[in-house]
Write a protein that binds this ligand. Structure first.
Ligand SMILES: [Zn+2]
Length: 324
């Protein structure tokens, strides 16, 4: 189930209507479509409130943008190749301005491609300290050989934390449309990486959670940098204690989710965690775990689970094997 979105600007409706599969289903009068040519047909901005938006470009991770008298706060910045597209979307945000702060939910390049530009401009880049450490070193995923090169110092987070933090409004900022109350925190369960964070916007009752929650298919279990199946279940459970029934949850990919979605995901991942743990305890390996089809009843909704199951099983080695 997807939470109803708030109002949309005319440009957003155009983009959604012309953006094909990646667009949002909205009823727009045909006359409007003919009257105005979109400037970027492949981009879409969702409005969650008058000062909070989700920028969605096809194939890119979600970006949350908050506008205030201070300018624009971004939660995640998209991939490096998308940087120009993202900056264009940011420049068109109603009530926007220049970016004052970028928050990285974790280190993956799908989320940190704007860091170089923001860092070079001398702006604030906030992340968990573990996230900064991963960006400061080379990483290789053993399962497919994918290599990630460390980012230059200017592109690395320049304001890190360990547990929680708040955004400080500049002095004299009007109370309306300010940064007041916006807070972020580490999700220490290592759902996706060991540096995952959430950002909570209390005035809008929205929480941005990066790839700790996937709204679109199976998540990546990046056990190289700490993620594991127990952490996926634990992280989702932790998030459900931070929200109320009306909170809208912006995942790293896919549509905005409801608390009911979160609960359904928790039930699924804790079931999978139990099944995979049982297989591990019986001395089975990843290939046998895949063959046992532990995600059978979720396949229709979630898609081919084999890679997820293999990675999730391997992630148990790191956390549960007695000799690990
Ligand atoms: Zn990720």
């Amino acid at each position: 189930m997807v939470v109803e979105q708030g109002g949309h600007t005319r440009r957003d409706i155009l983009k959604a209507a012309l953006g094909g599969a990646a667009g949002i289903a909205l009823a727009a009068p045909a006359g409007r479509l003919a009257a105005q040519a979109p400037t970027a047909v492949d981009s879409t901005t969702l409005r969650l409130s008058d000062d909070l938006f989700v920028i969605r470009h096809p194939g890119e991770a979600n970006i949350v943008a908050h506008t205030s008298a201070d300018g624009v706060l971004l939660v995640d910045g998209g991939s490096a190749p998308a940087a120009d597209m993202v900056m264009q979307s940011v420049s068109k945000l109603p009530g926007g301005g220049s970016i004052h702060t970028l928050i990285n939910t974790h280190w993956h390049p799908e989320q940190t491609g704007l860091n170089a530009q923001i860092g070079q401009a001398g702006k604030t880049i906030i992340a968990h300290e573990n996230t900064r450490l991963w960006m400061a070193t080379d990483v290789t995923w053993p399962w497919n050989g994918r290599r990630f090169t460390r980012l230059p110092k200017t592109a690395q987070p320049n304001k890190t934390f360990y547990t929680t933090g708040t955004l400080a409004p500049s002095t004299g900022t009007p109370s309306r449309r300010s940064l007041e109350g916006i807070r972020y925190g580490h999700i220490p369960d290592a759902a996706h990486t060991d540096g995952d964070l959430y950002v909570f916007f209390p005035a809008q009752n929205v929480i941005a959670v990066g790839d700790v929650v996937s709204g679109q298919g199976w998540p990546v279990v990046d056990w190289t940098t700490g993620g594991w199946i127990g952490g996926i279940a634990g992280g989702i459970q932790r998030l459900s204690t931070l929200v109320n029934e009306d909170t809208r949850i912006v995942p790293g990919r896919g549509p905005v989710l409801s608390v009911a979605d979160l609960k359904a995901q928790y039930a699924m991942y804790s079931t999978l965690y139990d099944r995979l743990t049982q297989l591990l305890n019986k001395g089975r390996g990843p290939t046998e775990a895949v063959a046992a089809r532990p995600a059978k009843e979720f396949e229709a909704q979630m898609g081919d689970p084999d890679e997820f199951v293999r990675r999730a099983f391997e992630s148990l080695w790191a956390y549960l094997s007695p000799d690990a």
